[in-house]
Design a protein around this ligand. Structure first.
Ligand code: ADP
Ligand code: MG
Length: 703
């Protein structure tokens, strides 16, 4: 078996199951091994009932003083029993688990693991998992991986597949004496020179792959994580440095001169640019006029007004007779940019001839669009990354703008610029990264920061509440809808998952619930990433028009959406998001002149989470929020919560791993200054790996 093989090659994975894996973005064995657990479940020592808190998941040893009672209710078989831990009593219920009938008999005792409910001082557990002591002892102390799942694909199935893949491809560090050198070429063998491994006290790579999926304990998991984070950041920074080298000497194929259009456009706008916008626009303009290729990152908090800077750059490009492209991470966002640019074109009689390229365009229509792009009949092409990069032949593409960041490699440049044309690149991002980190992460780009908000904005009013506040929140949102405004409700999940997901809201069920709870004339719709693109577009357009009052959505709404009439956002299970991400989400409101409100519902109700979420109350500054969030967390809290939804790392987190990132940056600089082409023998595996995996983010080529 090879790591590039389709996962269908694994035993037990047929066509049907493979499709479910594809849905999660897992196509190959390699994808599977890099599909890290989202979290882990640990099996601690059993406890006594006295002292456990509502909502806690615990294991208790319980004795059955009588048989469970079973009754049938329509198509449900329900079993209930009162059990005892010797001191306290607890009632336990099972639904549709008929085979337990013979087990749950008077006089027997088991370990029950589940979530505790307390009602009127009485303890209760629904559907706990049952163990004998033997079974439980075997699990105790171990951590079980919990993977991101999709309907029809359970955690056990993913675990089994991962284990099989590990066994096939990654030498087991326990059962093999020399683990590092004789395994499958490149991917899972050691890629680091010994001195670096030593300097950072890193675990071996294959050991790390085993331990991240099936850790012995937290300590081993964290060690494995550190190793994998190291690799990810190290490889990334190496490519960034190479990109920089490549970019720096790049003469532009599309030199520009000043035209009257941008000034005219600025005069016609209904508002004045902020000082920060003016400064950044000057920086961009200077790049475009310089004769060299622009490689610029524009960073600015949500709502700081980056879009207009993109439009200005496009205007300059097309009035020089070239084409420009604007790439967005989602179709929704692409459509929104297109609408905005089209309406400005009409309103101000601008020379834009824009076209929108989305997946919902029919094949025949696409062909025609391609023809017109090649013929130069369109001068601005807006679409998602994939669409703009695939197949399209441009006439003279001079500027590529990527909204909400997307790395740009040598290969992408070549594809877009066709035959190696040297396009200008502008990257726009709202991810709040402190400047010191941005310089490391985007070392291949010049940095501009829009560090000022347009005036006339009322700061968003925030509150953090527990779930008992929900009813009040619904009343409030109804009131706002009556006043002509619109509302976002954010849930972490798309659909109901497995039992682990209890208490975690999903868009599908929540939409249904809201339709029942809210007055009939309040129009509720749902939106999530698994919907067909055409459907997503329809809903987003209806929301933009104001036809939908309440939009229940996953974080697909996170990036870039602009509906100034939306004034309320309710975030369910706010505790499950990183603060920086919540801040990004919140940026969808507070975009118009009316007062906006953000209600964070803390589904966990733990004191620490509440304290953390309250940071959001005090500040609207994304950079500050991200830093404070980090200070409040211990290393144990950090796994599984990602701060930066938009970053492309699989396991590293730029905030959490900021220290390591800085250190690696120094190491990489040192390495390259000693051996620019990595020619030394000690880098042989590393180089092989980089070449085999080129294109992951940035190509590492011998340039
Ligand atoms: P982001 O930086 O998050 O992409 P946008 O570009 O979408 O923000 O801008 C948010 C809103 O602010 C838009 O409705 C835009 O028209 C408006 N806007 C941008 N610049 C200014 C300004 N200088 N003064 C007033 N409003 C502005
Ligand atoms: Mg934007």
């Amino acid at each position: 078996m090879k790591y590039s093989d389709d996962i269908i090659k694994l035993k037990g994975i047929g066509e049907k199951t493979a499709k479910l894996f594809y849905k999660l973005g897992i196509y190959t064995i390699k994808d599977l091994l890099f599909y890290y657990p989202k979290n882990y479940q640990s099996f601690e020592e059993p406890v006594k009932i006295a002292g456990v808190a509502e909502g806690e998941t615990v294991t208790v040893e319980l004795f059955l003083p009588s048989d469970f009672k079973w009754k049938k209710l329509r198509n449900l078989t329900i079993g209930t029993g009162i059990c005892s831990d010797g001191n306290d009593k607890i009632s336990v219920s099972y639904f549709n688990v008929p085979y337990l009938k013979n087990k749950l008999k008077v006089g027997s005792s088991f370990l029950f693991r589940g979530k505790i409910k307390i009602e009127n001082g009485k303890y209760h557990m629904d559907q706990p998992v049952l163990f004998t002591w033997d079974e439980y002892t075997e699990k105790m102390g171990q951590l079980q991986p919990c993977y991101g799942l999709t309907a029809g694909l359970g955690n056990k199935a993913v675990m089994k597949a991962v284990k099989q893949a590990l066994k096939e491809l990654v030498p087991d560090f326990e059962n093999s004496s020399e683990v590092t050198d004789d395994c499958d070429a490149g991917l899972f063998g050691e890629i680091l020179p010994e001195e670096i491994k030593k300097e950072y006290a890193l675990a071996s790579r294959s050991c790390a792959f085993w331990q991240i999926h099936f850790p012995k304990d937290w300590e081993n998991m964290l060690k494995a994580r550190t190793r994998l984070v190291f690799d990810e950041l190290f490889l990334f920074l190496l490519s960034v440095r190479k990109m920089k080298e490549y970019n720096e000497a790049l003469c532009s194929d599309y030199p520009m001169i000043e035209t009257a259009w941008t000034k005219r456009f600025l005069e016609m706008l209904p508002y004045k640019l902020t000082n920060a916008q003016i400064r950044v626009w000057q920086e961009i303009e200077k790049d475009l006029l310089s004769g060299m290729c622009m490689n610029r990152l524009v960073q600015g908090d949500v709502g700081s007004g980056k879009t207009i800077l993109a439009f200005l750059s496009l205007l300059m490009t097309i009035s020089n007779g070239y084409q420009g492209a604007l790439m967005a991470p989602t179709e929704i966002l692409a459509a929104q940019h297109f609408e905005q640019l089209s309406s400005m074109t009409k309103q101000y009689h601008l020379p834009f001839k824009p076209v929108l390229l989305t997946g919902s365009v029919s094949a025949a229509a696409k062909k025609e669009i391609y023809r017109q792009i090649e013929g130069g009949e369109f001068n601005v092409i807006i679409g998602t990354h994939a669409l703009i990069q695939e197949k399209v032949k441009y006439r003279n593409l001079a500027l590529v703008i990527t909204d909400e960041q997307h790395r740009f490699g040598v290969r992408q440049r070549e594809i877009l610029g066709e035959k190696g044309g040297r396009t200008h690149v502008l990257v726009m991002s709202a991810t709040p990264i402190p400047r010191t980190l941005a310089i490391i992460l985007y070392g291949d780009l010049h940095l501009s920061v829009v560090d000022e908000m347009p005036a006339e904005r009322l700061p968003i009013k925030n509150c953090v509440v527990n779930i008992s506040y929900r009813r009040k929140a619904y009343e409030f949102l109804t009131k706002e809808v009556r006043a002509g405004h619109q509302v976002y409700v954010i849930c972490p999940m798309v659909e109901a998952g497995d039992a682990d997901m209890e208490g975690i809201q999903n868009v599908t069920d929540y939409g249904e619930k809201l339709r029942m709870e809210l007055p009939e004339d309040v129009h509720v719709e749902i939106l999530h990433g698994k919907m067909k693109p055409a459907e997503k577009k329809r809903i987003m357009e209806a929301f933009s028009r104001g036809d939908i009052h309440v939009l229940v959505s996953t974080t697909v709404i996170e990036v870039g959406i602009n509906v100034p009439n939306a004034t309320v956002m309710i975030v369910e299970n706010a505790e499950r998001f990183g603060l920086a991400q919540l801040h990004q989400l919140r940026g969808r409101i507070g975009r118009g002149k009316s007062q906006s409100y953000c209600i964070f519902i803390d589904g966990a109700g733990k004191e620490k989470t509440t304290e953390r979420l309250k940071i959001l109350n005090h500040s609207n500054d994304g950079f500050y929020i991200a830093e404070e969030d980090l200070k409040l967390r211990g290393p144990g809290d950090l796994f599984g919560i990602r701060q930066s939804g938009a970053m492309e790392f699989k396991i590293a987190d730029i905030y959490q791993d900021a220290g390591l990132l800085k250190k690696i940056s120094v190491t990489v600089d040192r390495m390259l200054s000693e051996d620019r082409m990595l020619e030394s023998e000690k880098y042989a595996r590393l180089k092989q790996y980089l070449n085999e995996n080129a294109g992951n983010f940035i190509d590492f080529r011998t340039i």
